[in-house]
Design a protein around this ligand. Structure first.
Ligand SMILES: Nc1nc2c(ncn2[C@@H]2O[C@H](COP(=O)(O)OP(=O)(O)O)[C@@H](O)[C@H]2O)c(=O)[nH]1
Ligand SMILES: [Mg+2]
Length: 204
């Protein structure tokens, strides 16, 4: 496979979509970022792209209901999916969103991989497991980022990574687990290397 190295700092906002039915043409390669609301998804995207406000970060979780698309290169897109599991969202809306999230993962042809972010202190909640299950059953590779790793000591952090690595084995998929901290710049290299790998078919 051709080795490529994309410059994620060049990423720019492409468009927002209110739901998966109005996404742009299903072509090129898309990488989706998913996670519970407040998991640190926007912060991770900003760290990856080295841009303060590319994806809006918020102390008020659950605000971003739109799907935001960013372009790294022509045919290489990052998709910021709305956070799931926000307590204050009405049950009916949550179920609706989960349903469209499942459909997106199962049906979107250009999807090349899924980055799932979970707070390292609270990993593998029900909806996280559901996301992994959907991704694996759609034959999509997964990168699980355990965010806010700076909140734990080095030893507790390693234990937590090990625990999650073991916990995802039963999914029997291509699931890589890494610690991540936007604050301490942990795991950003792992993230960009994985994205390079997933985007590489575009350049072959
Ligand atoms: N200490 C620390 N806090 C973080 C980190 N990443 C995100 N946060 C904080 O977690 C909260 C939610 O982050 P945000 O990126 O908005 O989460 P999102 O809802 O998943 O997009 C914010 O207060 C962030 O400042 C990190 O790496 N370290
Ligand atoms: Mg966000």
């Amino acid at each position: 496979m051709t080795e490529i190295k994309l410059n994620y700092h060049k990423a720019h906002f492409l468009m927002s979509a209110p739901n998966i039915k109005v996404l742009p043409e299903d072509s090129g390669i898309e990488i989706a970022f998913a996670g519970r609301s407040n998991a640190g998804k926007s912060t991770a995207l900003n760290a990856l792209t080295n841009q303060k406000n590319l994806a809006r970060t918020s102390k008020t979780p659950g605000r971003t209901q739109l799907i935001n698309l960013f372009e790294v290169e022509p045919n290489c897109k990052l998709v910021d999916l709305p956070g799931y599991g926000y307590a204050a969202v009405p049950e009916q809306m949550k179920l609706q969103w989960q349903k469209s999230l499942g459909e997106y993962l199962q049906k979107r042809e250009c999807l090349g991989g899924v980055v799932i972010l979970m707070d390292i202190r609270h990993p593998l909640k029900d909806l996280d497991q559901q996301m992994i299950e959907w991704a694996v059953s759609a034959d999509l590779p997964v990168l699980l980022l355990l965010t806010k790793a700076d909140k734990l000591s080095q030893s507790v952090r390693s234990k937590q990574v090990k625990m999650v690595r073991e916990a995802v084995l039963p999914f029997q998929g291509d699931v890589q687990v890494e610690a991540f901290s936007a604050q301490n710049k942990i795991g950003i290299d792992k993230l960009s290397a994985k994205l390079d790998q997933w985007f590489s078919p575009v350049f072959s």
